[in-house]
Design a protein around this ligand. Structure first.
Ligand code: ATP
Length: 328
C-alpha cells in the first residue's frame, strides 16, 4: 500500500456518545501536535462533515476535556452520509480544508462509514472503538464500556439498599441492544440473582425456578439484570410475567437508561482512550489505513475495520458460568 504523507488530520465522534471520547480526541490532537501535524475538529460526526462544520483545533480546544464525559466535538447520526451524494459533499469539504486523513471515534456504524469512505475516496482513516456497548472485535474493551459498567454498578448498589429494606424483587434494565456485555459485567459486580442478555433466550420458567430457590435460601433481596432489547423481552415485560407466577413478591422495575452514557471516564477508560488516540495518529503516519486501533492484552493492535465490525464478539462463556455459580 502506498504510504501517503499526512499533514492534516480530521477527528470526529459519531453515533452514541461514550465516556472517554473526549480523552481520545485530546490524545489524538496532542499526538498530532507532537508530530507537527495540523489537527481539525469535525463537529457533529458525519453530519458536520457534510455541512462543513469543520474547524482547525489548537491546544486551547483540548484543555480540561480529558476528564469530561460526552464529546466536545458533539456526536450525531447522519442519514445523508449513508448516501453516495452525502459522502460526495463530505469529501468536497475535506478537500477544501486540505484534510488528508481521518480519525473516526464511534461504534460499528461509524466505523462502517469510515470504511466505505476510504473505499470510495481513498482518504486514509483509522477508527477508534468509542461505544459503551463493547461490541467491537479487535479490542478487549471499547472506550466508555468500563465507565458505563461502573455507573450501572453504582446505581444498582443504591437499588440494592431499597430492595433489601423492603424485601423487594427489582428488575434493572441496562443498555446493550445487541450485546450483553454491560449486563454481565454489572450483574456479576452487583451480585445479581440473574442476568438476561440478548445473546441468550432465558426461559421464564428457569428464571422463576431460580427466584424460588433463592427464596428458600432466605435471600431477601433479588436483583435481576436485563439487557435492553433482549430476546426474553424488556425488563417491564419480564417483570409482568414473573408477577403472575410469584404474586407474593413486591416487584419493581428500574430502567437505568441514558445515565449509563454520562459521567467522567474511569481511569481505565482514560488510559485506553489516551493510548488509542496516540496510536491512531502514529498508525496513520505508518500507513495503517482502514483499520481500527484497539487494545488486546494491554498492547495496541490494528484490526481491519471490516473484521472489527463483522466478527461477532461474544460475551465470555466463563463470565456467564461465574455469574451462575455466584447467584445460586
Ligand atoms: P453506537 O454503537 O453507539 O450505536 P454507532 O457508530 O454504531 O454507535 P450508528 O448510528 O450505527 O452508531 O452509526 C453512526 C453513523 O455512522 C450513522 O448515522 C451514519 O452516518 C454512519 N453510518 C452507519 N452505517 C453506515 C453505512 N452502512 N454507510 C455509511 N455510513 C454509515
Amino acid at each position: 500500500m502506498e504510504l501517503k504523507t499526512i499533514k492534516k488530520i480530521g477527528v470526529l465522534t459519531s453515533g452514541g456518545d461514550a465516556p472517554g471520547m473526549n480523552a481520545a480526541i485530546r490524545a489524538a490532537v496532542r499526538a498530532g501536535f507532537y508530530y507537527n501535524l495540523d489537527m481539525y475538529g469535525i463537529y457533529r460526526g458525519y453530519e458536520g462533515m457534510i455541512q462543513n462544520d469543520i474547524k482547525k483545533l489548537d491546544s486551547r480546544n483540548i484543555t480540561h476535556v480529558l476528564e469530561r464525559g460526552g464529546t466536545f466535538l458533539k456526536s450525531a447520526r447522519s442519514e445523508e452520509f449513508r448516501t453516495p451524494e452525502g459522502r460526495k459533499k463530505a469529501y468536497a469539504n475535506l478537500k477544501a480544508h486540505g484534510i488528508d486523513a481521518l480519525i473516526v471515534i464511534g461504534g460499528d456504524g461509524s466505523l462502517t462509514g469510515a470504511h466505505l469512505f476510504y473505499q470510495e475516496y481513498g482518504i486514509p482513516a483509522i477508527g477508534l472503538p468509542g461505544t459503551i456497548d463493547n461490541d467491537l472485535s479487535g479490542t478487549d474493551s471499547t472506550i466508555g464500556f468500563d465507565t458505563a459498567c461502573n455507573t450501572a454498578i453504582e446505581a444498582i448498589d443504591k437499588i440494592r439498599d431499597t430492595a433489601t429494606s423492603h424485601d423487594r424483587l427489582f428488575f434493572v434494565e441496562v443498555m446493550g441492544r445487541d450485546a450483553g456485555f454491560i449486563a454481565v459485567n454489572a450483574g456479576i459486580g452487583s451480585a445479581a440473582a440473574a442476568i438476561l442478555i440478548p445473546e441468550n433466550k432465558t426461559p421464564i420458567e428457569s428464571l422463576i425456578e431460580k427466584l424460588k430457590s433463592r427464596t428458600k435460601a432466605m435471600k431477601t433481596s433479588n436483583i435481576v439484570i436485563v439487557a435492553e432489547g433482549g430476546k426474553s423481552g424488556s425488563a417491564q415485560e419480564i417483570a409482568d410475567k414473573v408477577k403472575k407466577f410469584l404474586p407474593y413478591y413486591d416487584i419493581k422495575v428500574t430502567i437505568l437508561g441514558h445515565l449509563q452514557r454520562g459521567g467522567a471516564p474511569t481511569s481505565f477508560d482514560r488510559l485506553l482512550a489516551s493510548k488509542l488516540g496516540v496510536a491512531a495518529v502514529e498508525g496513520l503516519m505508518q500507513g495503517k489505513y482502514d483499520v481500527m486501533a484497539g487494545l488486546i492484552n494491554h498492547k495496541v493492535v490494528f484490526t481491519p475495520i471490516v473484521k472489527a465490525i463483522v466478527d461477532d464478539k461474544k460475551v465470555d462463556e466463563d463470565d456467564l458460568r461465574v455469574a451462575n455459580i455466584l447467584s445460586t
